[in-house]
Design a protein around this ligand. Sequence first.
Ligand SMILES: Nc1ncnc2c1ncn2[C@@H]1O[C@H](COP(=O)(O)OP(=O)(O)OP(=O)(O)O)[C@@H](O)[C@H]1O
Length: 761
Amino acid sequence: MGDDWDDVITVPAKSSAGGSWNDNNNKGGMKPPAGRGRGAPAIVSQMCTVKIASDDEWGATANPASSSNGLDAPEKSTGNSNGWGASTAPASSGGWDAPTQNSQFNNDVEDQPRGGGWVSSAGGGGGSRACYKCGEEGHMSRECPNSNSGGGGGDRTCHKCQQPGHMARDCPTGGGGGGGDRTCHKCQQPGHMARDCPTGGGGGDRACHKCQETGHMARDCPTGGGGGPRTCNKCGDAGHMARECPSGGGGDTKCFKCYKLGHSTKECPDPYNKLTEDGKERERYVPAEMTTDENELFKGISSGEHFHNFDKVALSVTGQNIPQYITSFEEAGLRPLLLQNIKNSGYVKPTPVQKGSIAVILAKRDLIASAVTGSGKTAAYLVPVMNILLEQGISGGSHGMVQKPEVVILAPTRELAIQIHREAYKFAYNSVLKSVLIYGGTVSSNQRSNLQAGCNILVATTGRLKDFLDRGVFDFSAVKFLILDEADRMLDMGFGPDIEKIAAHPTMPPKGIRRTCMFSATFPEEVQALAANYMEDYIFVTTGTVGGTNPDVQQEFFQCARNEKRTKLMETLRGLGESKIIVFVDSKKTADFVAVYLCNNDIQATSIHGDRLQSQREEALRDLKSGKRNVLVATNVAARGLDIEGVNYVINYDLPSDIEEYVHRIGRTGRVGNVGHSISFFDEEKDGPNVGKLVSLLTKSNADVPAFMQALVSGMGGMGLDYNAPSTQGGFASRDMRRFGDKPVGGGGAARPTEAEESWD
Ligand SMILES: Nc1ncnc2c1ncn2[C@@H]1O[C@H](COP(=O)(O)OP(=O)(O)OP(=O)(O)O)[C@@H](O)[C@H]1O
């Protein structure tokens, strides 16, 4: 992965530090909360904490020009019979009757519908090219209606006898004859074609492409290999062709698909190659377009009976020069169109994380925000960044040019990226803002066209993002906001290296110039330390306990040995009737197994996991949403961020070993003030070692700790209990680490508070 990153075309980054947009702090139009007697947004000069109670995310030839030529360019100029890379050469090597069109030269070979070429699907061809038999347009020679004589009536001449009225293959002079003045490629004599050459070898003065000797063609070369000056496309050495390369790979020629060294295009292991590792044909999935039906678009989870409890949640904001929080969407000075879309979404007032985050982002500050699952973090960043773009105006790149999005939002899963884009599309409805979604598992040409048609907000998974970036479809030079959703996941070992490269990309404005915002329900302290490296003088917004479970989710645990789980699951599901339920398991295999088992037992189940085709993954979610299936068996791919209306229960068939994933999994229910339930099967043998972490989590979240867990923990002498330790040691963060950490933090501005907490109230 790594090497390609250095090859991307460099577009000059924004020159002036900070740019003017960075200085317009007041344009966000924040107004002070009513009745607080403050004129302008309050700027607090010291590190402080604010608590509110009550109301208050081209390669080798790195040739950017190729972008106009499609992403998957053909292997070099193989359009002749020279034998170099001959396997990809067009069929013209057959002789003089060259094909009219070489379908291999379609742009973006991977992404074209099968059966490409210029022949129309109408069955006859209707292009503007003329038939080789009659010379008329609208059909191909093989379908020539004027071909009674077998020849046609055009004025084109036969390649053999040079007479008009028939084609070479129908030449009455016979096969090896012909009277034209064209010469054989082998012996250079007129009157026959190379394949019919009586010399068998040829004695012309054309040189063999292998040994560079005259008198024979490459495929008849007596050297077997050749010693000409041409070099192998794999290893770069002269004397043999790529397909005969003794190195089997290597060399400094790059693959034209993935642009990595060491293999040819057809051997590319890249995910966008046609074949999977095990040789199966890849899916060519084109997702459906976003709905334009307003009702459908603005439909979402209605806030629940506990929504008012958000008012009781303490909002803690730490950092320097904290901007005044907002109390209502109206008072935030948002653009009318945005306000209208917020209203159409059914939002009446902001949730605590929205109150804090909207103010911070409108003030163009870096931000880490952590709040319980289902508390509206998506809108907490979308609304303010959109407002800023609308106020400052957008450039909106021209069609076909290298696109320059102003906002880049990264998410760990495709499904979450889809959801975020949908939200962005919703809030940007009727505005000039254009949100574009790019993610893997789908045909890339559609997404590329969407992106090339203009993009202000780019929502992406990292794989597809890097691919398009490498191919010069877009760059980061206009980025004002880099947003990581599920940031702790994005910064962990899986995605961390990608984020590092993205942030360090030559076209990405550096921290302090671009703004970086990170959101998650969980934010372990060690991840906060990593996050700080991408930020400058950031504000930390938390509501409740960072990493705590959602209080609206009633958590139940059952001791259940591994071999008892199936029966227990059936029992549980039968008791829950038609409710929408997500059943989490720890492996793809188990997901398939459990889903099949449930279906065999008349439960309307489906599954989602990383080995399923993307179309199947999305279909599974659609089926759950629509109620076609009421049970979704899932791996952690569905643990974070998904916001599905009516999911009343989450069942942990297998408990995760990672405590943060537990928090996210059970957070698929009990969203925006709705009551939810989680039921977890605790297998003492497997989950015993994690009991300390669980008890710590439940305790800090003010949730009931089951008696059996308490007994287990005291039986272990309290081992594993650690309420404040980093997650890897069994705990979770509950605060802004800068205020309590021992180590200075890079890039986070002042690492320690200089003054006591200061409140907004
Ligand atoms: N102010 C609001 N009023 C009513 N509903 C809201 C409000 N803000 C967000 N919502 C709705 O709440 C639901 C949850 O929002 P969202 O998915 O952004 O939560 P989240 O905090 O990001 O959750 P997670 O941590 O699971 O990713 C969505 O359906 C969203 O439309």
